[in-house]
Design a protein around this ligand. Structure first.
Ligand SMILES: Cc1cc2nc3c(=O)[nH]c(=O)nc-3n(C[C@H](O)[C@H](O)[C@H](O)COP(=O)(O)OP(=O)(O)OC[C@H]3O[C@@H](n4cnc5c(N)ncnc54)[C@H](O)[C@@H]3O)c2cc1C
Length: 380
């Protein structure tokens, strides 16, 4: 048991001890003294077991893993604005609509996947790649890149497996609207109720944390600007999954990997699951929303031939429009992966800003989300 768990309410215990000593001088009845001593021990023990209250804002990968790491030390509750867990991890009908890949150098996420009993499989890359140029489609052999891996059954299994390890259920549909520091506590106000806790971890993307929650006292201008300047990774993206009756491109010697400057999909990959054949692509940010799906089929037909005209289903998630992920500033596409990593606390250290963008290594990625949780657990 950690030292934090063994804190005692000194005032009450001291008063009882004082009372007990005086009573023992007056009363000589050993039975009543023993009874009193027992009561005193139970009271002291219960008080010693009392855990401090920790509230985690956000049930994405970072929030869920932080809860798993800290729930033996603190009385942990997780508050989530959406009607589902996972945050940027999102599955629809078995397809990954947010992240899909992990890489071999990402030791922490790989270890977690193993611990949770989940299985990986390699991203399909066999065959020729395509270049979709304004003057026609070209086939080429893609240079070998670092292999990437996907989780069998879909990446959502990562968060559902973590959720099963929680001592208390996640509170869904509860957007946190304000945080107020009062004496030694923090009052966390949601759309439904107010919680009084000892510590808070915010796992929101930093821009969202600075814009969508009110702080009393208000964040300093310096901290507000610091958080505003950290872009939300993939906040500008839109991911489209196109399901087909079979993976016809594989039979034609294509890996499905394609790069396009024509669009609407800028980068395309094989997205087959054990049960379904599919392609996925990132939609160019300038594509008009109303025409997107028709334009996607047109492009896939140009690239992969007539069999691409008849998808069995199309799924699209525009992350720019996800109000619990992206802010107005995030709509601007990023030219490169930002250099992430920051340490920021508020309310005399009782509020910690965490989440993948806070990780100094692999920030923005799933590995960064895990690293941020491990870092906070070490600090608390
Ligand atoms: C399209 C796409 C593709 C990606 N591909 C990859 C990939 O292949 N590999 C990879 O490693 N990474 C990838 N990423 C990044 C990866 O998804 C993130 O690194 C990771 O999911 C971040 O986890 P997190 O817990 O830090 O943040 P989030 O998942 O954003 O969690 C924050 C949580 O806070 C909640 N929330 C927001 N506001 C409030 C509020 N006011 N009150 C309560 N709750 C609130 C949100 O609903 C959310 O659940 C991709 C992301 C996207 C969008």
């Amino acid at each position: 048991m950690s030292q934090k768990q063994l804190y005692l309410d000194k005032k009450i215990i001291d008063q009882l001890a004082f009372f007990y000593i005086n009573l023992s001088r007056i009363v000589r009845d050993e039975v009543s003294l023993c009874m009193f001593y027992l009561f005193y021990m139970i009271l002291g023990y219960n008080d010693g077991m009392k855990k401090k209250k920790l509230l985690i804002i956000g049930a994405g990968l970072s929030g869920l893993y932080s809860a798993v790491l800290l729930q033996d030390t603190y009385e942990v509750s997780i508050i989530e604005a959406r009607d589902r867990i996972g945050g940027r991890i999102m599955g629809i009908d078995g397809h990954d609509m947010g992240p899909s890949w992990v890489w071999a150098h990402q030791k922490n996420i790989l270890q977690l996947i193993k611990t949770l009993g989940l299985e990986l499989f390699s991203q399909y890359t066999e065959g020729l790649a395509l270049y979709d140029a304004p003057d026609g489609v070209q086939r080429f052999t893609a240079s070998s890149t670092t292999p990437s891996y996907r989780i069998k059954g879909g990446i959502s299994h990562l968060v559902t497996a973590l959720e099963k390890r929680l001592h208390r259920p996640v509170k869904l549909n509860e957007k946190v609207v304000s945080l107020t520091q009062s004496d030694a506590k923090i009052a966390v106000k949601t759309v439904a109720e107010t919680y009084e806790v000892d510590k808070v971890i915010s796992t929101l993307p930093p821009r969202l944390a600075s814009e969508s929650i009110e702080y009393f006292p208000a964040l300093s201008a310096k901290l507000h600007t610091q958080l505003q300047n950290i872009p939300t990774w993939m906040g500008y993206s839109a991911k489209c999954v196109i399901e087909y009756p079979d993976a016809f491109w594989r039979k034609e010697g294509l890996s499905a990997f394609a790069v396009s400057h024509v669009g609407p999909l800028g980068e395309i990959h094989d997205a087959c699951t054990e049960k379904k054949a599919a392609l996925f692509g990132f939609v160019h940010s300038y594509t008009k929303y109303e025409r997107r799906e028709d334009a996607v089929i047109e492009q896939l037909t140009r690239l992969y031939g007539p069999k691409a005209t008849k998808p069995s289903a199309i799924y699209l998630v525009d992350w720019k429009k996800e109000v619990y992920t992206s802010t107005f500033l995030d709509a601007t596409p990023l030219r490169e992966h930002p250099s992430y990593g920051f340490n920021a606390t508020y309310f005399t250290g009782k509020l910690i800003f965490s989440g993948t963008e806070s990780a100094f290594e692999e920030g923005g990625y799933l590995e960064g989300a895990i690293a941020s949780a491990m870092y906070v657990a070490k600090c608390l």
